[in-house]
Design a protein around this ligand. Structure first.
Ligand SMILES: O=CC(=O)O
Length: 327
């Protein structure tokens, strides 16, 4: 009897997707069945001889990994829209291994989280929550903890892809007077209904009251929010990052917050993740940090898990992937 193809899964999947995984009869599932990250050595050990892998953004897929996998590997299916953890050049060279990812299904949830952080920052929710939990509350005050509102202000979106557009579409409802966006190319079709203007990055920095980072991490965007960028921003500006931590230089951000070069940063993504509890950004009154929950809804995470299973099975059985990164 010929052996069943092996599908390595590096994490417990969301409940519905996990149930589906456990019911698969056409593959042998080898799973690190935990909500914690699989250790590197364990990953390299378990991938040996696998035909496909379902992985997360915390699993580095590089030459060492591919060598450990060997020639049976046909597909890497990441449960994420970002794939900066995958060395795409190495993958291409490794006998045409396909790369699946999970775009579209997480757009709404991630855009919602961006709005959540924008509102938390603008209304100083972190300080307000701290007041309550410290017991030094007091009740209604006419002058304490006043935030700022979006009416008539300028919104700047860095990266006007699926998530950037969905974020802008939500935020215009808060009364922004103008919308600017920057990125690798204009997206007239989505921009026009919002009256959004494609502008150089520096202009966006100089004019925006709220800057939302919605672009992928790559060689061009790594560290693009650095000292020089913060110097160009308004002192009253709010920065929200729901993309990737490494797009922001965190040392420069801390300095900018300390010097009051910008008003507030709200980060769903950091380097590292999680950010250590004693990191100065965690305790900074003008920095709000979430533990990378951009797409964390029941509906979205199950949809991501299911799409990752679809992609993995398609890759293993030589069919077109539902969502494939063109390498
Ligand atoms: O950050 C999450 C993702 O890329 O899906």
């Amino acid at each position: 009897m010929s052996r069943l193809p092996v599908l390595l899964v590096t994490r417990e999947l969301p409940s519905l997707a996990q149930k589906r995984l456990q019911g698969l009869t056409n593959v042998q599932v080898r799973q690190h069945n935990s909500i914690d990250v699989i250790g590197r050595q364990q990953l390299l050990e378990e991938v040996k001889g696998a035909d496909g892998i379902i992985c997360l953004l915390s699993d580095k897929i590089d030459t060492e990994f591919l060598q450990a996998a060997g020639s049976s590997l046909k597909v890497v299916s990441t449960v994420s829209v970002g794939y900066d953890h995958v060395d795409t050049k190495a993958l291409k060279q490794h006998g045409g291994v396909k790369l699946g990812y999970t775009p579209n299904v997480l757009t709404d949830a991630t855009a919602d989280t961006t709005v959540l952080l924008a509102l938390m920052a603008s209304r100083r929710a972190k300080e307000a929550l701290d007041i309550v939990s410290s017991g030094n509350g007091g009740g209604f005050s006419l002058s304490r903890g006043l935030g700022t509102q979006f009416t008539g202000k300028t919104l700047g979106i860095v990266g006007f892809g699926r998530i950037g557009c969905a974020t802008a579409e939500r935020l215009v409802g808060f009364g922004f007077g103008s919308v600017l966006y920057s990125g690798s190319r204009p997206n007239e079709e989505r921009a026009q209904p919002l009256g959004a203007e494609y502008v150089p990055f520096d202009r966006l920095l100089g004019e925006s009251d709220l800057v939302c980072i919605c672009c992928p991490l790559n060689d061009k965007t790594k560290g693009m929010f650095n000292k020089s960028a913060f110097e160009k921003m308004k002192r009253s500006a709010i920065l929200v990052n729901t993309a990737r931590g490494a797009i922001v230089n965190q040392d420069d951000l801390l300095e900018a917050l300390n010097k009051k070069q910008i008003a507030h940063a709200a980060l769903d993504v950091t380097v590292p993740e999680p950010l250590p509890a004693d990191h100065p950004l965690v305790h900074h009154p003008h920095c709000t940090v979430l533990p990378h929950i951009g797409s964390a809804t029941e509906e979205t995470r199950n949809a991501m898990g299911n799409l990752a299973i679809d992609n993995a099975l398609a890759g293993i059985f030589g069919e077109p992937l539902k969502a494939e990164v063109r390498l």
